[in-house]
Design a protein around this ligand. Structure first.
Ligand code: ATP
Length: 412
């Protein structure tokens, strides 16, 4: 477990952030540009000193505390990837990758290191770069090498600050999947900063909201996204929910897949190239859900799910109302016109039907949760592209401001 209270005045900016991060899984720091995310990572990495507070990792105090300790950055054993990859300029790419790898004193361990290096090089697609010097790399190539070096060092924690910026779509998806898989396989905390909500949906287990130097709320990502009181921070326009589901069946004739949500309920969407039984995380946008009082007849909508209204939030001056529905025991956000809310007599506790178009759900909204790196199940037809598990490069749907800064950072 990582546990911190980081207090530091930098210029006129007061950082005062408190958080506990479990030993396992990915915690995303999310907040506007200038809210303090990078400052938090720099303090944890040991690149800056605290004014007050403490930083403990697995029970060991790395900074602050009663004795005001300061373990230098290179002794913290953290894997750090910041926006600017800082590679050792006099080492080749191979030298950079091997630099932090654990010492191998037996032939077995040496072989293990070779295997890990080989696997990482293939994953990052940097086979042809191994003999090059950092000065001969493009920005995206240098980023990949920095990620590889951080992961190969067997860190006690990973700090990733916008690690995928500048990578192309396919490479970004592979790395996101890898990070997500890694997080489920290894028992170290991962702190991930990104302004791209799709990246966060793909990898984060928990979300910590950063605002003006403080962590204002934190929790399991699905819960956080479905909390209406956090809507101003988590984003209104692209508001949605993350649901747990499982691939139940495929219909190859009609190129459809059925996902089980639990409690005997299921959803249909375009054919996914994932095997039956695969556990997934499904992203549902609030604006893609309509409400009816009973099951409509003769409709093109394939997904009609019984739901109960848990919360309603209407705001004068807004055309829409925000709802939180309970569907198969999961919290799902929906958005309808305020007028419709009144006309249908929607109120907390009312049983309704949630209508979801299968067209609104696409492959990138479905993220595999299983650790296995098995190749996606082959699929014919256009839906084969639905295998892509997460963000596309072409758009980000964060309602928050993308950040422009590239702080002066060191990788080690
Ligand atoms: N060395 C410094 N001296 C003075 N102020 C600083 C220093 N470093 C950062 N700041 C200020 O601290 C605040 C937080 O910066 P930080 O880089 O942590 O934000 P961020 O949330 O990571 O932003 P972004 O998403 O744009 O990267 C900003 O107001 C920034 O101007």
């Amino acid at each position: 477990m990582l546990d911190f209270h980081l207090n530091r005045l930098q210029g006129t900016f007061q950082l005062d952030a408190t958080l506990k991060v479990p030993a396992r899984g990915v915690t995303a720091l999310f907040g506007r540009s200038g809210s303090g995310k990078t400052s938090i990572l720099r303090l944890i990495a040991g690149l800056e000193r605290l004014d007050h507070g403490h930083l403990r990792l697995a029970g060991e105090c790395l900074a602050g505390g009663e004795d005001n300790v300061f373990v230098p950055a290179h002794r913290r054993q953290l894997g750090v990837v910041f926006q600017e990859p800082r590679l050792f300029p006099h080492y080749t790419v191979r030298g950079n990758l091997c630099y932090g790898m654990p010492r191998a004193l037996t032939p077995g361990k040496r072989q293990e290191n070779r295997n890990r290096l080989h696997e990482m090089v293939a994953l990052l697609g940097i086979e042809d770069l191994l003999a090059r010097m950092p000065g001969q790399l493009s920005g995206g190539e240098a980023r990949r090498v920095a990620i590889g070096r951080a992961l190969l060092s067997r860190p006690r924690m990973l700090l990733l600050d916008e690690p995928l910026t500048g990578l192309d779509g396919a490479r970004k998806q592979e790395l996101l999947q890898y990070i997500s898989r890694l997080a489920r396989e290894i028992e170290i905390p991962i702190l991930f900063v990104s302004h791209d909500t799709r990246e966060l949906f793909a990898v984060a287990d928990r979300l910590a909201l950063v605002d003006n130097g403080r962590i204002t709320a934190s929790g399991e990502i699905g819960d956080m996204l479905s909390r209406l009181d956090l809507a101003p921070q988590t984003g209104r326009y692209e508001a949605g929910s993350l649901l747990s589901a499982e691939v139940l069946s495929h219909d190859d004739d009609w190129q459809l897949t059925r996902l089980g949500l639990g409690a005997g309920l299921s959803l249909q969407l375009a054919r996914l190239a994932m095997p039956v039984g695969r556990r997934v995380r499904l992203r549902l946008r609030a604006r893609d859900i309509s409400i009816a009082l009973k099951t409509p007849e003769h409709t093109s909508l394939r997904n009609v799910l019984p739901a109960v209204i848990h919360e309603i939030e209407t705001e004068r001056g807004h055309a829409s109302a925000e709802l939180v529905l309970g569907i198969a025991g999961q919290r799902v956000r929906a958005r309808v016109d305020r007028l419709v809310c009144q006309e249908l007599g929607l109120k907390v506790g009312l049983g309704v039907k949630a209508l979801i178009s299968s067209v609104a759900l696409s492959g990138p909204d479905v993220i595999s949760l299983d650790a296995s790196a098995d190749a996606p199940e082959p699929s014919s037809g256009s839906a084969a592209q639905a295998v892509s598990n997460t963000a596309s490069d072409s758009s980000t749907d964060s309602s928050l401001t993308a950040k422009p800064s590239a702080p002066d950072t060191k990788n080690r």
